[in-house]
Design a binder for this molecule. Structure first.
Ligand SMILES: Cc1ncc(COP(=O)(O)OP(=O)(O)O)c(N)n1
Ligand SMILES: Cc1nc(C(=O)O)sc1CCOP(=O)(O)O
Ligand SMILES: [Mg+2]
Length: 287
């Protein structure tokens, strides 16, 4: 593993999915080296049709490179290969789950490796939140030649709101649409073509890294909840949702917004804004 010895990916925002056939003919090792020079955080080996012996050879080169550079190394599709290469983790899609359930994959890779899952709809994402995954990919957001459909940005803010792990947005991400994702509150993206096909992979990677750094969390606002500062998606969280996501019983809560008590019937239509201060006061029914 890369020596960070952690499944926590909260500080890893730029994810390159290495797929040689979608590149420009350069060997994956060189692309990986350039992406690392540009500051990529996570590299995935996604080679769908090579024999296992090739994957072992390529994978051990990539694993060693990532280890020495402090980059997280993920193997696509195959938890056995991830363990054999001593990779940091494995990525499984919905179809892969028919071969390896999350529990089976976890047994194969062990408790210290990362397990990432693909999701393609809000419903699938909700279900995946209950599983033992360290990050969830959501996509394909924009049209991409790898998948024959795209889901758009409509559910991105909701996915980010309900997520309990880092969320990686994938599918057709490019330098023109990244800002749209950032404005929805995104902080992590995964790409193939827009980095692999760049003339200068290191510069393109650096561009993404800088933009993510500047823009991450831009669609979020700081509010105070019971005196504690929290960061919530801008304009997306209503008082009703705030009460419900904290597991409070609405009938037993008084909500004060900026020192004004808000009647319960208004909660679903009042959204939190920057600098709002909310007090949630629970009371125990007496008799
Ligand atoms: C980071 C990341 N997200 C999604 C995928 C896609 O996984 P899957 O749907 O299993 O498709 P394949 O990539 O295996 O063809 C991914 N690989 N990485
Ligand atoms: C491999 C993959 N998985 C997706 C998903 O939505 O699960 S989209 C995708 C392709 C990403 O490539 P590009 O950045 O070139 O569009
Ligand atoms: Mg897969």
């Amino acid at each position: 593993m890369n020596g960070r010895n952690t499944r926590d990916l909260t500080d890893r925002h730029l994810y390159l999915v290495l797929t040689e056939e979608y590149g420009t003919g350069r060997p994956l090792m060189s692309v990986a080296e350039e992406a690392i020079a540009g500051g990529v955080d996570i590299l995935q080996m996604r080679e769908k049709s090579r024999p296992r012996s090739d994957l072992l050879q390529l994978g051990s080169g990539l694993a060693a490179l990532c280890r020495k550079s402090g980059v997280t190394f993920i193997v696509n599709d195959d938890p056995f290969l991830a363990a054999e290469l001593d990779a940091d983790g494995v990525h499984l899609g919905q179809e892969d789950l028919q071969t390896y359930s999350v529990d089976t994959a976890r047994k194969i890779i062990g408790k210290d490796r990362i397990l990432g899952l693909s999701t393609h709809s809000l419903e699938q994402f909700r279900r995946a939140c209950e599983l033992d995954a360290d990050y969830l990919a959501f996509g394909p957001i924009f049209p991409t030649r790898t998948k024959d459909y795209s889901i758009g940005t409509g559910d991105v803010a909701e996915v980010l709101r309900i997520a309990s792990t880092p969320v990686v947005l994938i599918g057709g991400v490019n330098t023109s649409n990244l800002d749209l994702l950032l404005s929805e509150g995104a902080s992590s993206v995964a790409l193939i073509r827009d980095i692999m096909q760049a003339e200068d992979v290191a510069s393109r990677t650096r561009w993404y890294k800088d933009r993510l750094k500047k823009g991450a969390g831009r669609g979020r606002v700081k509010v105070r909840v019971n005196g504690r500062e929290e960061s919530l998606p801008d304009g997306n969280v209503t008082l009703q949702e705030l009460v419900e996501t904290r597991g409070l019983v609405p009938e037993r809560v008084v909500v004060e917004l900026n020192l004004e008590v808000i009647p319960r019937e208004h909660w679903p239509t009042v959204s939190l804004q920057a600098e709002d201060s909310v007090e949630l006061v629970s009371f125990v029914g007496g008799g």
